[in-house]
Design a protein around this ligand. Structure first.
Ligand code: LFR
Length: 494
């Protein structure tokens, strides 16, 4: 293997970035070449993604990457948040800006789906946790609309970007698993679910697996980005969480990988990497998901509200103040505030939609009999304690339901930079936390490309050893007992 230069496009719910990642048998370095905001926009009653702005950000990033390498790239890979999609008409033209999963259109669709496919059967067939915005609910909401009758193809967000770059359509498997139309045992479409919901699977282009070729940049894309062709697009774990878990610098060798992970960003995704799904009724009731990962793995995890709670508080305060609040100051004040004074259930669906988060936190504390936070520092403390508590609970549940022990917790993604959050998570779990890399998704994206392009070889263990060698990681030992956390958990969840 000779190494190479890869562009990893990683679109998150609050920002997108293009990283230039150089990977070789004993080399891994990454450089952020372009970062751009992801600002959803409400048009009429509906919350949309500003997909043209995101696509422009991708093109700008590729141009910048090419400027650094002299026009040459060994691969391009795209990952983004899951679940959402665009509809294409018979000419391959996008029918309206994709709808944001936090939009209210899915209200009431879970009941419709449950009426034809009971939740027990849906879980037994797909292993997916109930999230009110899973693709099947969005498709249920979209049906009946004018765009739907003109739609000839459904493309998930990374596949849509890839289609514009290459002219070739495919459905990448790890992200497809979040549609709730995939059977995690066969790692293929579930006819049973599609038939029951009357969804035409022919709307989805053929499945691709991470590492599969996904086309070459079109001539006009080369012209616009200044890149020298041919440039291959390579399918990666196109669900950002799939790529982020490839980017976990774990040491387990695959036979006894006793690590838990928390991919933190807008969401916290806390769980385990398993060789196969857990589809028990107990697992369904605990709302655990079996998303498909790279190299035949399963991500057994629970979605926790994540830093969205903090982001929405900040947005509310910014509107009040007419300027951005001082985040570092708030985090420091929260760190000094009384521990575990109040906590909320960070899995509570009432936090999903955008809006006044401090008010919703106050309301949740009142409802459950916890003291109401007095001011911003205590609100932020409540968010951090609540996230750490939810991390503890998710990892303990994952371990119990799968029968696999955990010796160490890896915190990756943007939240790895949040020192108090990592420290509180170590304390709550009673386990050492290794924090970093913050850019796990982009790194996991690039590593899968690099292997497909022959720049490196090996399985997840070998890919991860490059991360361990190449990146600064922070270690947090659990200090203090888990007693207060156990008591808070009992009080909150009974
Ligand atoms: C994280 C993530 C989660 C998914 C949520 C919505 O960015 O991809 O894994 O549940 O966004 O798509």
């Amino acid at each position: 293997p000779r190494g190479g230069a890869f562009a990893a496009v990683d679109l998150g719910a609050s920002s997108g970035r293009v990283m230039l990642v150089r990977v070789g048998p004993d080399r891994l370095d990454l450089r952020e070449v372009h970062r751009f905001p992801n600002r959803p926009v409400r048009m009429g009653p509906t919350l949309h993604w500003d997909i043209p702005a995101l696509y422009r950000g991708v093109l700008d990033g590729l141009r910048e990457a090419g400027r650094i390498t002299g026009g040459w790239l060994d691969g391009v890979g795209i990952d983004s948040w899951a679940v959402d999609h665009g509809l294409l008409d018979a000419d391959g033209v996008l029918l309206g800006n994709p709808v944001h999963y936090r939009d209210g259109r899915v209200e009431g669709t879970a009941e419709k789906v449950a009426a034809v496919l009971p939740p027990e059967r849906l879980y037994a067939s797909t292993g997916l946790q109930h999230l009110p915005f899973n693709t099947i609910y969005q498709l249920t909401a979209a049906r009946g609309g004018a765009a739907w009758s003109a739609a000839r193809q459904v493309l998930l967000i990374p596949d849509l970007i890839s289609y514009w770059l290459t002219g070739e359509a495919g459905t990448e498997l790890t992200n497809a698993s979040t549609t709730q139309l995939i059977d995690p045992r066969t790692r293929n479409w579930s006819r049973e679910v599609a038939d029951a919901l009357d969804i035409d699977l022919g709307l989805f282009p053929p499945l691709r697996r991470p590492g599969d070729p996904a086309g070459e940049l079109l001539p006009h894309v080369l012209a616009e980005t200044g890149l020298t062709g041919p440039v291959s697009v390579i399918a990666v774990g196109s669900h950002d969480t799939a790529s982020a878990v490839v980017g976990v610098p774990a040491t387990g060798d695959g036979t006894d990988p006793r690590f838990g992970y928390i991919a933190t960003g807008t969401w916290s995704l806390a769980g385990l990497e398993l060789p196969g799904p857990v589809l028990t009724e107990e697992s369904r009731l605990a709302n655990f998901t079996n998303e498909l990962g790279v190299d035949g793995t399963v991500r057994y995890l629970r979605n926790i509200m994540g830093l969205w709670l903090l982001q929405e508080c900040l947005r509310t305060w910014e509107a009040e103040d007419g300027g951005a609040p001082d985040l570092a100051g708030l985090l420091a004040a929260a760190d000094r505030a009384e521990p575990l004074r109040s906590v909320v259930d960070a899995g509570d669906e009432t936090f999903i939609t955008p809006g006044d988060m401090p008010a919703r936190i106050t309301e949740a504390c009142r409802r459950t009999g916890w003291p109401v936070p007095r001011g911003r520092a205590e609100t932020v403390r409540c968010v951090l304690d609540s996230l750490a508590l939810a991390h503890r609970r998710a990892l303990a549940d994952a371990s119990r339901l799968s029968g696999r022990g955990i010796d160490v917790v890896h915190v990756v993604g943007g939240g790895a930079r949040n020192e108090p959050l990592c420290r509180l998570t170590a304390e709550a779990c009673g386990l050492p936390v290794v924090a970093g890399p913050a850019e796990a998704a982009a790194l996991g994206n690039a590593l899968v490309q690099a292997r497909a392009a022959g720049a490196v070889t090996g399985g997840l263990f070998e890919l991860r050893s490059l991360l361990r060698a190449g990146l600064p990681l922070r270690h947090h030992e659990p200090v203090g007992g888990t007693g207060p956390w156990r008591r808070a958990e009992e009080r909150l969840h009974g």
